[in-house]
Write a protein that binds this ligand. Structure first.
Ligand code: NAP
Length: 278
């Protein structure tokens, strides 16, 4: 029987560390970091995420500057907002809530965020720097995944890590981070042959496909670490890509949904903000 890898608990611990850093800065008259977040329109999920960022900033003592724009905002106006925040010395990190309304080109607009303030590594430049091993922010969801794996105490080096999903926000960056940790990495996707066979060889299995309860115990190597990134809402309930209960019987550690990877994301954003470029 494996252990539930609790993202909420780990997140709380990291938040406590951040609180101490902010307290130290306040006591010593040092600059307290400031997050700037931008919401275009009123997409429910994005508004919820922005609200939770603001709540966490308040809880940790981090400054926050929120910019709300109408959903039909012109591209030039949004770019001007980003450029002004780039120049604003009081602002240390910028996050643009995605997805943007259809008339706005996400790749183009995110490229205007200065890589020195791109705390979720949204721009092509930030991701390019990540792949080249240059100084950059690590995107929050992949960073949270690595923290969760490290929290198990199991050494990543030399392990076979299998990632299912090759998105730019999860699959690709997490594969690079695991490579940086000296894992041997296999990336799978919808056209992969023998998926089950490959997964059964994984010491670390990361599932980011968005197919509820797709991964059953037949996909698991005994003792594997299983990270479930998937989130699908079914009849008002958040469901992961992994059949948690049966996989837990075979794996060493499994993240739950909710309370696993998702619980780490906003905390990782604040960690990036406080740590600066690394
Ligand atoms: P995505 O853009 O939705 O793409 C899904 C990926 O899964 C693609 O690479 C696709 O392959 C692959 N895939 C789909 N069906 C598959 C199958 N049957 N077998 C193997 N591979 C398959 O990916 P995403 O944006 O990374 O999102 C994935 C999931 O993670 C979603 O449920 C999303 O809501 C969740 N998510 C959660 C968090 C969090 O904080 N918890 C953050 C981000 C995303 P192809 O490339 O061949 O199409």
């Amino acid at each position: 029987m494996g252990i539930k890898l609790d993202g909420k608990e780990l997140s709380k611990k990291i938040q406590e560390e951040i609180k101490q850093i902010i307290k130290f800065k306040n006591t010593n008259g040092e600059k307290v970091p400031c997050l700037a977040n931008i919401l275009v329109g009123r997409d429910d999920a994005s508004a919820y995420y922005m609200n939770s960022q603001n709540k966490l900033c308040n809880k940790l003592g981090i400054k926050v500057k929120s910019v709300y724009l109408e959903k039909d905002v012109e591209e030039e106006k949004l770019i001007k907002v980003i450029e002004d925040l780039n120049k604003d010395n009081k602002v240390d990190g910028i996050i643009l809530q995605l997805p943007l309304p259809k008339h706005l080109d996400e790749a183009k607009i995110t490229s205007f965020i200065s890589h020195e303030k791109d705390i979720d590594a949204l721009s092509t430049l930030s991701l390019g720097k990540l792949y080249k091993g240059e100084k950059c922010f690590i995107p929050c969801t992949p960073k949270g995944i690595i923290e969760l794996i490290k929290s198990t105490g199991v050494k990543i080096e030399g392990k076979h890590a299998v990632i299912i999903g090759r998105s730019n926000i999860v699959g690709k960056p997490v594969s690079q981070l695991l490579l940086n940790e000296n894992a041997t990495v296999t990336i799978c996707h919808s056209k992969t042959n023998n998926l089950k066979e490959i997964c059964c060889n994984a010491d670390i299995l990361i599932v980011a496909i968005g197919k509820p309860r797709f991964i059953t115990k037949e996909y698991i190597k005994p003792g594997a670490i299983v990270i479930d990134v998937g989130t699908t809402v079914i009849e008002g309930t958040l469901v992961g890509d992994v059949c948690f209960d049966e996989v837990l019987e075979k794996a060493s550690f499994v993240t739950p949904v909710p309370g696993g990877v998702g619980a780490m994301t906003t905390t990782m954003l604040m960690k990036n903000l406080c740590e600066g470029l690394s």
